[in-house]
Ligand binder design. Structure first.
Ligand SMILES: [Zn+2]
Ligand SMILES: [Zn+2]
Length: 218
């Protein structure tokens, strides 16, 4: 997912920031960790099976365990794509990002075998080649640009979770079953647009059967 300028705040497109879109009757989620305030809306992610909506507590960064999928300080919803409408924003609390950022998709082919014989890997053969890490570090506008513009990378849709320990894979809060990896989130290009992930990579998981997801950072 690559930063692509600004987007209308209520558009049904891939974006970070703006206002959440949800089915009628949806109420803004509140923090289930220590602060009890409204969560901040991070991202609207239309996918082929619906629209993922990501919220993370930012009322008192550090006080609520927003890095933890089970803390109640973050929330991921999977909504049907039809009938979505802008959600009323609570008057108090840290609820919206300063800017709405459009996201465009840049597909990166990944062939594990191609990287297996890579020289660097011989010294670190405990680390398997990581598709997301390779895609992110390879991002450039033009092939001749030597240095990647990695702040423009806002994460990925699909793929596999980057360097995440197996014991951190979240289970579904509804059915207790395994969740499927849905997206990575990066903080963003600037203070204006950034989601606060504590300098970490964000991970979005989903249980399609229960229409709910999970969020954590590494
Ligand atoms: Zn909180
Ligand atoms: Zn479930």
């Amino acid at each position: 997912m690559i930063y692509d300028g600004t987007a209308p705040a209520d558009s049904d497109v891939l974006r970070t920031g703006g206002v959440p879109l949800a089915p009628a009757g949806f109420t803004w989620p509140m923090c289930g960790s220590s602060c009890g305030g409204p969560l901040q809306f991070f991202a609207h992610l239309p996918v082929e099976y619906g629209a993922l909506s990501v919220f993370v507590c930012q009322n008192d960064p550090g006080a609520c365990d927003s890095w933890d999928a089970t803390s109640g300080a973050n929330r991921v919803y999977l909504f049907p794509r039809e009938g979505l409408q802008p959600v009323a924003v609570p008057e108090k609390g840290v609820t919206l990002l300063p800017a709405t950022s459009a996201i465009r998709i840049h597909a990166v082919p990944f062939d594990p075998e191609e990287h297996e014989e890579h020289e660097e890997r011989e010294e670190h053969d405990d680390l398997a080649p990581d598709a997301y890490d390779l895609a992110r570090s390879g991002w450039k506008w033009e092939p001749e640009e030597g240095f990647g513009k990695q702040r423009e990378v806002l994460g990925s849709l699909g793929g596999s979770p980057s360097y995440l320990e197996d014991d951190r894979l979240p289970t579904c809060a509804s059915c207790a079953g395994t969740t499927e990896f849905a997206a990575h989130l990066e903080e963003g290009i600037s203070r204006q647009t950034a989601m606060n992930l504590g300098g970490q990579l964000g991970y979005v998981f989903v249980c399609r059967a229960c229409c709910r997801g999970a969020f954590l950072t590494d």
